[in-house]
Design a protein around this ligand. Sequence first.
Ligand code: MN
Ligand code: MN
Length: 414
Amino acid sequence: MDKPVRNQPQQTRQMLQPSAPASIPQPIRSSDGAGGIDLGPRDIMRDRENPDMFVPPATDAGLVPNLKFSFSDAHMQLNQGGWSREVTRRELPIATTMAGVNMSLTPGGVRELHWHQQAEWSYMLVGHARITAVDQNGRNFIADVGPGDLWYFPPGIPHSIQGLADGCEFLLVFDDGGFSDLNTLSISDWFAHTPPDVLSANFGVPESAFRTIPPEQVYIFQDAVPGSLESQRIESPYGAVPQSFTHKLLAQPPLVTPGGSVRIVDSTNFPVSKTVAAALVEIKPGAMREMHWHPNNDEWQYYLTGQGRMTVFAGNGAARTFDYRAGDVGYVPFAFGHYIQNTGTQTLWFLEMFKSDRFQDVSLNQWMALTPIQLVQDNLHVGAELTDALRKEKWPVVSYPGFTYKSGEGFLPK
Ligand code: MN
Ligand code: MN
């Protein structure tokens, strides 16, 4: 039997050669030589995906909880008609304020009629869906949504989602980290757990009308693609809901700055969205979401395209860097400082979401620009070179010609 590789001196020497293939990352920081070769069992694909976890910047230190979970590490709920997976407090324990569900519905696939205690905010990623809802005053809402559109269902309001001819995939966000989409109140579940004579008495029809109801919760099912919106219109004697449950976020004019753009949506421009505020952020290659924090609540993130890294500053010497790519969830505790860098060659798009009626952020740059200059200079031991460059206007995404950051410095050899 062959001895393990690590007991073969010649092979070990080869592994320790700095001329090891560049594609095999090693936990050695190139700037100061800290670390050493990883000789043991390892998941190289994972190490490659997390270069800043594997070789943290020298400025990372202290105890910061895990702030990343990928939907690719979440259980897939497969049904006829679609699938779903979720990142909640169970997967990412720090995420107490919000939970997210990634769902896909086939053409005609239905997320059944249901409701829940939490508000539901959603962003359509791909394809089209028809959503329906009825409020407490009997006012209804039926609409079609497409890529870049949002919807919001207030807590307790019953609703449904159905894939149209091209099917769809979307992100759902709930204003409670303990939420699970597999633990909602659904119409089939209630029917299945109500005696037939009660159903008969409630609806004024014979018990035989309920002979074929589903024996348990349906959750997602395959149906035919629905007809046109016009063909499905139902007139309510009480009219439609007074505040639209949808909003066209991508159609909204962005705030454009060098390096990217931001679209902010909260109860000021999407009035029904009383408990979820969000920003859709674009960071071009080489640009970064500036150093900032939020004075209102934790931030729940979803990465849409590209790849990047976020460093979170927790105070008292603690900072930690996480790598993200499309499909990952990030989280930032209330008021912790952070910035996000695009580390790839594609544009990085991501969503920042908050359990709040308003989007709020504090810019480090703007704060310093609006504070007496002498105070800033004396506090930080800096001169006019910095303070003259401060901006009184907020630039959420920045990119300055000639000023960039190091990327992937831990991989040997250079
Ligand atoms: Mn729902
Ligand atoms: Mn932020």
